[in-house]
Design a protein around this ligand. Sequence first.
Ligand SMILES: Cc1ncc(COP(=O)(O)O)c(C=O)c1O
Ligand SMILES: N[C@@H](CCCC[NH3+])C(=O)O
Length: 435
Amino acid sequence: MIINHHPFTVNESGHLEIGGLDTVMLAEKYGTPLYVYDVSMIRNNARAFVQSFEALNVTAKVAYASKAFSSIAMLQVAKQENLCLDVVSEGELYTALQADFPTDRIHLHGNNKSPREISMAIKNDIGCIVVDNFYDIDLISQIAKDSGKKVSVLMRVTPGVESHTHEYIMTGNEDSKFGFDLQNGQAEEAFRLIEKQEHMHFMGLHCHIGSQIFETEGFKVATDLLFNELIKWKIQYDYTPEVLNLGGGFGIRYTKEDEPLPHQTYVEGLVQAVKQHVQEMDIPMPEIWIEPGRSIVGNAGITLYTVGAMKNIPGIRNYISVDGGMTDNIRPALYQAKYDAVVANKVNQQATDEVSVAGKCCESGDMLIWDLPVPKVEYRDILAVFSTGAYGYSMASHYNRLPKPAIVFVENGEDKLVVKRETNEDITKNDLSYV
Ligand SMILES: Cc1ncc(COP(=O)(O)O)c(C=O)c1O
Ligand SMILES: N[C@@H](CCCC[NH3+])C(=O)O
């Protein structure tokens, strides 16, 4: 069943269900705000990527970008689905180790990796480090040498696509803090330097053009630019890449305005773009790696809130306030991101009103949704916001000293607490007395 374009069901009581479970029951059982994930949706998203490569007979790695949502339980699911893992910090790597994630399937990213992070990665024999800048080359080489190891690396490049022509390609443009620039020769300089490092094994190139992308054209443009460079390197240095990592960024539906492509279409677009060049250059097909984050977990997660105070400004607006806000979902405040929601205990009732959903933080910008059509909303109703599975919990904060919500996984008709709700004691546990 589709509710406001989201694949969820309603039960006989008119309550929203997730994974076959009543969301109002979950809110009562675990309290709100509450993040709830339908694990079968996570698995289906992961499998859609993996199976699309298999169907095309292309050797590939699908690395879940754990920045979208990292917790031990989530990484256990990623492990079960045979995904690889993209981590960008000591904390994300530590979580992966705690989840017993196979280290040879972990890739470390970062535009400012610390010596500690690099050492931790090398000590744990992770699969690959993505070199982002000249400091990385020196640091990684030195630490690998000191450890007596050879580290596999990819080199992140910024293809230099002008953002006014492709506005969604924000991390692939020349003026970016990430990666080596292809246009100004820094990528080639880095390539020559990496090739000389005894303690590095150079596997190929990485490029990530941006996030929440709804078409394949941008990936094609970036791939074309990568190959412009690779053709030069083939002629000059007889170099052919083993791996091309084309990043993540595949879009998902937040509201009915969003029209994401099926996972398969993104994969087909990428593979087609690479294959064309590979054939022209007459070189073996490299392994294709991708790093989806949002498109694995985004639509699998919802957030449940309890409605509290309401304020009507006649002729202007109806505000309803919920018991969370920018602390558990910063995206509306940070990116003007749009979300859709339903009153979970009144899904079958006709929308008669329009409300704007405010968070409880001491900040006017703490708004989750503007102008949401709803039935008559009452104190203690449960609001379910869709597609909060990516960059919600992972970007959560303690602003106003609000504790982070709990996380519940549902699968096969069962619910399981996978992250405990924080307490006031958790919030103050690192505070030290000054008297
Ligand atoms: C290098 C890299 N890989 C992967 C991702 C994941 O992106 P998304 O969650 O949009 O798939 C990001 C974030 O944009 C990223 O910076
Ligand atoms: N955090 C962003 C995406 C950034 C992805 C990391 N490069 C979001 O919520 O949309």
